[in-house]
Each structure stands twice: as C-alpha cells, then as structure tokens.
Design a protein around this ligand. Structure first.
Ligand code: CMC
Length: 429
C-alpha cells in the first residue's frame, strides 16, 4: 500500500501521500494542502522543500554520493569527456559512437558567434567582470536565433542546445581577451572542446599555440565535476525562469547571474583571494582559523561548508588528488596549495568545523588548478558556468518537456502593515 502521513490541524486529521524516489528518498506531497486547509507551508531557503521530481542527478549529502543519470561522478571523472558527460546529462543516456560523433561535430561546427556580437564587447570597460559580460552575451544570443524564442517549439530545441554549448567557450574566452586587450581568437574545428577553449583563451595571432595535454585533461575533469548538482541556487533559478516558458538563452543567463554570488559559484574566486590575502598579511593557518571562528569578524573559510554535503564533498576529494597530479605534471610549485592544505588540516581537526559538519567543497581546490592552467582569478566563476551549462540545460529541458509543469510561484506569509490609508504630503509628520 502506498505510504501516507497524517497531520492534525486543530481537530481535523489530514492524510497526505508520500512520494518515494528511486533511491528511497521520501517526500510528503503537500500540493493540495492549501486547497484542503487554506494553509501553506513556510520553509525559508527551501531547507526542507523538494521543488520538483527529477531524473537527472542523485546526490546523498550524508554519504557523499553524486551520480549523473545513475553513473558515479568518480567513474565519469576517470573515463568520460566533458562533451560526452554533457550528452549524458541532456539526453539521459551515454551516447553511442555515432551519437557522440554527431554531437561533437555539432559542438564544433557551431562554436563561432555572429560577427556583429563581437562589437558588443567593445562597449564594456576593460575592468568589467567577465560574469557580467557572459550573462549579457548569452541572453543576447536569443536576438540572433529568434525561432528559439518559443521555448515550447521542440523542432529547434536540439540545435539551440548544441549552439549554446558550442558558443559558450568562445564567449567566455572573448570576455577574457577583452579584459587584457588582446585580439579575439576564433575557434579551431580540429581541436576538442576543452583544447579549443584553451586555444581561444591563450593563443595570440603572433605565434602558434598547442594546448597542453595535461591541461586539456585537467579541464575536462573540472568541467565534468561541475556539470550538474541537482536543485542548487543557479539551477533552481534556471528552472523558475524557464517555468514561465522563457527561452533557453534567457533562462541560462539568469542562472549565470545566480551562480555569480560568492556563496555559490563565486566561491572559487573568493578562495584564491582569501589565500592571497592570508599570505599578504603573513597569517598562519591557525591565526586565520581563529578569525573565522570569531563570529564578530564576519570572515568565512571560503570553499568550506555545503548546504547538502554534511560528510564530504566527493568532488572535492577528486579535485584535491587532481590538484597534486596536475601541478606535479606541469612542474608547478604553488605555495597557495600548501596553505590550502594547512587550512584544511587545521579546520578538519577543529571542533568548530567538526560540530557544524564543515568540509572542503568543490571550490576549495579548483581555483588552484585553474591558476596552474593560467586562468586568471576573475575568470574562475566563468569556468564554473562553462561546466554547469549542460546541467542547467538538462533541467530546463526536463522541465519544459514535462506537460505537468506550471509556472513557479511560491507563496509568502505577509508580515507588513494591515490596511492603512494614503496621507497627503502636507499632513505627514
Ligand atoms: N566558514 C565558517 N563558518 C561556516 C562556513 C564557512 N565556510 N560555512 C558555514 N559556516 C557556519 C555558519 O556560520 C553556521 O554557524 P552557526 O550554526 O554558528 O550559525 C553553520 O556553519 C551553518 O552554516 P549556514 O550558513 O547556515 O549553512 P548553509 O547551508 O546555509 O550554507 C554555504 C552553505 C555553502 C553557503 C556555507 O557553508 C558557506 O557560506 N560556505 C562558504 C562559501 C562557499 O564555499 N560556497 C561554495 C559552495 S559549493 C559550490 C556551489 O555549489 O556553489
């Protein structure tokens, strides 16, 4: 018999169905609560609220499990490529050889942006944050592909998805080139997705450039690890914007804005800035940890803690290992890595962090790898966006293709003044 729960409201008892997920997660279905009782639930920051059913990503924060379409992140990190993982997320299964060839071909063929778009970059100051440029450029793509404006028109959906994934590295790299005053570098069709991105970032017309294999592999890994994380802040943003049947480009642009915040994707930039600051001030790990524990200081150990992971973040484990390997293979000795390890060690043995179940998250070590690849700090959150793009798209597609989707519209509990009246200006105290 299907499970139900009973709640008592005054003298009345209400029986509510329980929805059970494939991994035995249980949620009380309250979708009829207001209609039946006139009451709503209050759950600030959605700490206890599942906003949707989804078949894309499973994560168990207590056990440190993360799987895309059922496949553990550890396996994908070791065996897959970013574009294959993107296909898996978006289309729900690993591509056959033929499907993968066609997919990679699409992602290569559509990597150029309209020449007119190049002029948009001219309007920005050199100091513009690349996330501001990225979000504006992604929503601007909709003006070049007007048939993509109808989110429900499924005949253009696949090509729109491919275009977006293909153009994102070009736009990201152009925003970097703008910030350093270098000419834009056009994509190269003979390179893989990640190799091409490095080429667009670091090649200059004056000399030839060959992306380093170690760097390409490291980039593939980082993008795979960031590719989806179920209903996080930016993905929930994409879903809620998309629930109004907003086109893919605009929905993703909203997700980019959400990701920008320092508590979300902006944390990777904050980690490296924090490490730089600690070194500049000559603080020891213990001194900095003492500052973090002093609530009055307002200082957080960036790259630590997670809303869902309360044991360890499996992505952080993989990245820490990769960090050692990549720096070693590239022959780089980065004092930031030593400091990060000292901070981690100190935090993991400190009751403040133990009691609150605070562990390194995906952002703690990723910035150090990006530095080793030559990617500047200001671009770190753009790198996160590049990785998260297939996840956002998969969620937007899942939502838009579900006939049961309705526009997202939370309720509130109003706490403002009761009815009052307009007072003319000369009668106000
Ligand atoms: N440093 C110091 N204290 C912390 C930290 C931290 N990084 N994270 C949480 N705490 C404390 C917090 O002060 C609170 O203490 P108390 O119970 O005494 O008030 C307790 O731990 C619970 O924290 P919270 O802020 O209520 O937890 P949350 O689930 O709302 O926030 C978080 C999760 C990720 C926003 C938070 O841990 C944080 O701000 N971390 C630093 C920023 C960061 O690294 N963000 C990247 C997240 S992973 C990438 C992504 O998915 O975006």
């Amino acid at each position: 018999m299907a499970e139900t729960v009973r709640i008592a409201i005054g003298k009345e008892e209400l029986e509510l169905p329980v929805v059970v997920g494939t991994e035995s997660e249980r949620g009380i279905d309250i979708s009829n609560l207001r209609a039946r009782t006139g009451m709503v639930t209050l759950d600030p920051a959605f700490m206890n609220t599942a906003s949707t059913e989804s078949s894309i990503t499973f994560l168990d924060g207590e056990k440190g499990i993360l799987r895309y379409r059922g496949i553990p992140i550890e396996e994908l990190g070791e065996k897959s490529t970013f574009t294959e993982t993107a296909y898996l997320l978006v289309y729900g299964h690993l591509p056959t050889r033929d499907e993968l060839e066609k997919w990679d071909h699409l992602l290569t063929r559509h990597s150029m942006i309209h020449e007119d778009m190049k002029r948009f970059f001219d309007g920005y100051p050199m100091t513009a944050h690349p996330m501001a440029i990225l979000s504006a450029m992604i929503t601007s793509l909709s003006s070049f592909y007007p048939y993509a404006l109808n989110a429900k028109a499924d005949e253009y959906r696949d090509i729109t998805i491919a275009r977006l994934i293909a153009k994102m590295p070009t736009i990201a790299a152009f925003s970097y080139k703008k910030s350093i005053g270098h000419p834009f570098v056009y994509p190269r069709n003979d390179l893989s997705y990640c190799a091409n991105f490095l080429h667009e970032m670091f090649a200059v017309p004056a000399e030839s450039y060959q992306p380093d294999d170690v760097a390409v592999r490291a980039l593939n890994l980082l993008l795979i690890l960031h590719a989806d994380h179920e209903q996080n802040c930016s993905t929930s943003t994409v879903r809620i914007v998309g629930s109004a049947q907003t086109n893919l480009f605009a929905s993703i642009s909203a997700g980019i804005c959400a990701l920008w915040g320092p508590l979300h994707g902006g944390a990777n930039q904050e980690v490296v800035e924090m490490l730089t600051d600690i070194r500049k001030k000559g603080l020891t790990a213990a001194q900095f940890i003492a500052q973090v524990k002093d609530k009055k200081s307002g200082v957080r150990l960036m790259g630590f803690g997670h809303r869902v992971y309360k044991n360890f973040d499996p992505r952080a484990k993989i990245i820490k290992k990769a960090c050692d390997e990549v720096l070693d293979r590239l022959g780089i000795r980065d004092p930031m890595l030593d400091l990060a390890k000292e901070l981690e060690e100190a935090a993991l043995h400190d009751p403040y962090f133990i009691e609150r179940k605070l562990y390194p998250n995906v952002d703690f070590y990723s910035g150090i790898i990006y530095r080793a690849l030559g990617i500047p700090t200001g671009m770190f959150t753009v790198m996160f966006a590049l990785g998260r793009l297939p996840g956002w798209i998969a969620h937007w597609k899942e939502m838009i293709e579900d006939p049961a989707t309705k526009i997202g519209r939370p309720r509130q509990i109003y706490m403002g003044p009761r009815e009052t009246h307009y007072v003319p200006l000369d009668k106000r105290a």
